[in-house]
Write a protein that binds this ligand. Structure first.
Ligand SMILES: [Zn+2]
Length: 681
């Protein structure tokens, strides 16, 4: 029997992988991993890197390398059979994760190694792998006494139930509300695409006319374009009261008690593990080192954005007054007038920009950018087994012409391919002997429009930015020089720092010096005109302070609520939110607004006490780029510094140390404010 997933290939044999190969291969690989762990623990009494970490890494690498193409194909060439095969393995993988995280013998072995003399002789990266393992064991509750361990297990189970109940309530509340419109006079202002989608929804419900729901693609066009203020108000009230004690379905899907219990149990869990608060626990795996650092960061950004936010709001009020004579704006009027103002000031359509960004120009331009910055040369390799004809394979050579890594590039949308854009690992860098390393391979996946006829694929500027973003993740993965798998490339990089290289690389999409060779009109050969670029920059920063304040409101609410939780007071959700709003919001939320009851990121997802990460990463990337602004956007020495201090180091050191090594100081918020067009004061 030949299962291509169980044979040794340098690269996955995509054309041979069939759904029936998946489960047997995964079962066997997991078995091998478990056997390796038990064997390592049985064979040794004194644990070393070589007899503990290395053999387990090697077994995990086999599992990782066979699961990667399965999971990837499930995303990009999906079929019912493949989906079933993929799904049938998820419980096995999650069970293996628990097996490792809860393995007492393995924990004791790591503990011994962490406290050994050998530990002191290991490389920085190897030490970090062991430190991370010890941290993760601690967070998984394995160091607790039996009674606390039991309580830990109960809390974790209950938290996951509560999170999924929260999401279910939100989903049910979202689906419970519909507005059916039969008279299209009530829908003036809506674009044809939104009307067509609403007509489809009505048809699916056996109705004539138009149907609108609280799903974002249905809700948003109403708020932005519909001239009918009553309809906007009706939709707004329903949307911001979902799953709460307010609004059209008040009390029916109410998340209030779930949220209170979530906060209480998160706090108890954090204390059980030896943290003061859940916020402190959240920071154990992040770049930010303590609560004050995060709070100061958020408060500083908010303080510096407030004056401009107020100014943007008053401009909007002035505009609305001229348009309609309105003396004040309600919450459901803001997106509507904002869109009108934006259209008036910066009408610029994707269709105007597309001709300047033909595919070859953009892709070659991207390769040229990383050549100028980091000395890379990227060459297509023919004859590689891929999952679809459109997919290309490239090798990445450094300035010394050494091969550093490779990637698959899958640019176009098609049936059976998941939407969005992402970078994922195919193979990770790791030492395979004293002298040899396994080189990293990445998947770069986008969903752009494919070429039609003889016209090349033409990208919007947003798509160009997306490609650069994902390529930034890609070079983080591919250029790493770290040989310890657990902290090579993006592995082990805290998630408030992992977006640094990706958002960083986006900056070149806005630089005239780079646009000169990224863009070229596919018929006339002209680069993007400066006037269009200026308009794009202005549009990018439209109401940027108001948007900044909104994101900061979410972040401060999330973080404060988890940092200041006091079990004797119970939940203070509304109070904390009101306080944050009093301090920083320029737009007053109506009393009935229960935004928090639909804040799935923190109550139903993994962002609890971590929502600030979005802004944190933006500050890092803007500040890193500002050194290029000072020294030249294609300054080779600056590029080399970024390569050696950030990209090559992966997760081997604290990101704050890596950042400081590159920037010569701690991150500052000024560059982000400046790039956002916010004049700090
Ligand atoms: Zn990203």
């Amino acid at each position: 029997m030949s299962n291509p997933l169980l044979q040794k290939h340098a690269l996955p044999a995509f054309s041979q992988i069939k759904p029936e190969h998946v489960k047997p291969a995964v079962e066997q690989a997991i078995n091998d991993c478990k056997k390796t762990i038990e064997q390592v623990l049985k064979d040794n009494t004194v644990y070393t890197w070589k007899n503990l970490v290395a053999p387990i890494d090697e077994a995990d690498d086999v599992l990782g390398k066979l699961w990667s193409p399965v999971s990837h194909m499930n995303s990009v060439v999906n079929s019912d059979e493949l989906r079933d095969a993929h799904e049938s393995c998820l419980p096995l993988l999650s069970e293996y994760g628990t097996f490792v995280g809860q393995h007492e013998g393995l924990y004791q072995a790591y503990k011994q190694l962490a406290e050994s003399d050998e530990y002191q002789t290991l490389t920085v990266a190897q030490k970090k792998v062991i430190d991370n393992a010890m941290r993760d064991f601690k967070l998984s509750g394995i160091a607790l006494n039996d009674q606390d361990k039991k309580r830990y297990g109960e809390i974790v189970t209950r938290l996951s139930e509560l999170g999924s109940k929260f999401n279910n309530n939100l989903l049910d509340a979202t689906q419970a509300f519909k507005v059916h419109i039969e008279d299209n006079n009530q829908l003036s202002g809506l674009p044809d695409s939104a009307l067509a989608a609403a007509a489809e929804l009505a048809k699916a419900d056996d109705k004539a006319g138009w149907l609108f729901t609280l799903d974002f693609p249905s809700y948003l066009p109403i708020m932005m374009y519909c001239d009918n203020a009553e309809l906007r108000e009706q939709m707004y009230r329903a949307f911001v009261t979902r799953a709460s004690d307010q609004g059209p379905n008040a009390g029916e899907f109410d998340n209030s008690e779930i949220m209170a219990e979530l906060l209480q149990l998160r706090h108890e869990l954090a204390q059980l593990l030896g943290f003061e608060s859940f916020a402190e626990k959240s920071l154990a795996t992040k770049m930010a080192s303590n609560i004050d650092e995060v709070m100061d960061f958020l408060n500083d950004l908010a303080t510096k954005s407030k004056a401009q936010g107020a100014k943007e709001l008053s401009e909007l009020l002035e505009f609305a007054k001229q348009e309609s004579g309105a003396e004040q704006l309600n919450a459901w009027d803001l997106p509507y007038y904002s869109e009108k103002l934006k259209q008036q000031r910066y009408t610029i359509s994707d269709e105007e920009l597309r001709p300047y960004f033909p595919k070859d120009k953009v892709v070659d331009g991207l390769f040229d950018v990383v050549h100028r910055l980091f000395g890379l040369t990227i060459k297509e390799r023919e004859g590689v087994d891929v999952w679809h004809d459109d997919v290309k394979f490239y090798d990445v050579y450094d300035a010394n012409q050494s091969l550093r890594g490779s990637f698959y590039l899958d640019l176009y949308a098609r049936a059976k391919k998941r939407g969005g854009a992402w970078m994922d690992e195919c193979v990770g860098r790791r030492a395979i002997s004293e002298t040899a390393v396994q080189l990293p391979v990445a998947y770069l996946t986008c969903n752009f429009n494919a070429p039609v006829g003889d016209t090349p694929a033409l990208f919007t500027h947003d798509e160009v930015v997306t490609l650069f973003h994902e390529f930034g993740h890609g070079i983080h993965h591919m250029l790493t020089q770290i040989d310890a798998a657990g902290v090579a490339g993006i592995s082990g990089v805290p998630w408030d720092a992992v977006e640094l290289p990706s958002q960083f690389l986006e900056n070149w999409c806005w630089q005239p010096e780079a646009l000169a060779f990224i863009s070229s009109h596919y018929e006339t050969g002209e680069p993007l005109p400066q006037a269009l670029l200026d308009k794009m920059l202005a549009a990018k920063n439209f109401q940027s302070a108001m948007q900044m304040l909104r994101q900061l409101e979410f972040s401060l609410f999330d973080f404060t609520m988890h940092a200041e939780y006091d079990p004797t007071k119970g939940d203070q959700i509304q109070q904390v939110l009101n306080k944050v709003r009093d301090q920083y919001s320029v737009v007053k939320a109506p009393d009935f607004n229960r935004f928090q009851h639909g804040f799935g990121h923190i109550f139903g997802g993994g962002y609890a006490a971590g929502y600030y990460s979005y802004k944190w990463a933006e500050v890092l990337s803007a500040d890193a780029f500002s050194r290029f602004e000072e020294e030249g956007v294609f300054n080779k020495a600056t590029g080399h510094d970024f390569l050696t201090n950030i990209l090559e180091k992966g997760g081997s050191q604290e990101p704050s140390d890596l950042f400081a090594a590159f920037r010569g100081r701690a991150p500052q918020i000024d560059a982000l404010l400046r790039h956002s067009g916010i004049a700090a004061r």
